[in-house]
Design a protein around this ligand. Sequence first.
Ligand code: GLA
Length: 385
Amino acid sequence: MSESALKSSVQEFFISKFNTTPRLFFSPGRINFIGEHVDYNDGFVMPAAIDKGIVFAIAPNNSNMLRIHSIDMNDYYEVALDKIEKHPGWQNYVLGVIDQFQQSGLPVNGMDVAFGGDLPTGAGLSSSAAVECGLAFGISTIFNIPMPRVQVALLGQKAEHTFPGVQCGIMDQFANMMGKKGHVLLLDCNSLNYQALPLQLDNYVIMLVNSKVHHSLASGEYNVRRKQCEEGWSILQKHYLHAKTFRDISPDQVKQLEDHFDADVYRRCLYVTEEIQRTQIAAELLKQNKLQEFGQLMFATHWGLSRLYDVSCPELDYLVTEATKYPQILGSRLMGGGFGGCTINIVEKDSAAQIADEIKANYKKAFNIDTEVYIMQTEDGTHEI
Ligand code: GLA
């Protein structure tokens, strides 16, 4: 659905439900070209905001109540602002944001909210960050709370840590707030410095293939990976005194200490150090528009995520293996947290439709799952419409 069609439907819904005129905000999902599971390990990532997302309609209601309707869930919820606490389900993503405003001493008053979008949930496109940052940006706008964009991103991340309880890195919220149409962000997750690199795909398009395997980061595996990396880092730090973060350590240096680690922790550290190096090389390749070589690194990331980081699944491995059969696909890999969700592929424009049909048919034969394929455009970060 286009942003303007989404806008009209959310706006109409809001007016019929709350009988007042809202302000409207678009909050995008994100893709990530390379740099996976390294945002919480002081690495580099290369995300972009996309033209699929969530529209928020918000208006103050001069009361002490948050009244909110999730159009996609077809579910209404209301709560007094002095009674904000965790609530399982979509509400947690919303309530975590309100709680963060309150914890920071920022004045949030009663409001009516409706939101809905075209971002598939559990597909690795970061619908959770889109909810958190879209709402936080909307609140700061309607209540005139001046907040730099990066602060909104950090607030969204904190909300995710505290209410849904996923100890995520900053990539998703950062891409949501700082994304720039026609660009990919090269983000240093340690300093939060970033560059917006022009994305020149020429005869290629970004194609996502949804495995339809529903990933649930909250299931705990994500937090387990974080813990394993922390454990690995504490060992590395003792041996390599010069190193301030993972990025100061090479994969060879990890290999030299293999005997010191638990086997899983060893493989996690190897992946992280490899991926940090890979992303830096990939950024240079993208700057030189060397898409062939860039794509090869995407494949390498996938197999690292699958064999060393253990966040893939048979369906995703199958989709990437299929992709390698097409010379028209430059790169393919699982994207986001993993355990399901989408693969991201760089595909020759003229062949994309035909390849999508073939992949759909083969995937159906292999897993009896109807996949969905999306051709993505990049978009600006969260903004009022
Ligand atoms: C999720 C998290 C991000 C990041 C990715 C993996 O999307 O929210 O912070 O860690 O997984 O790269």
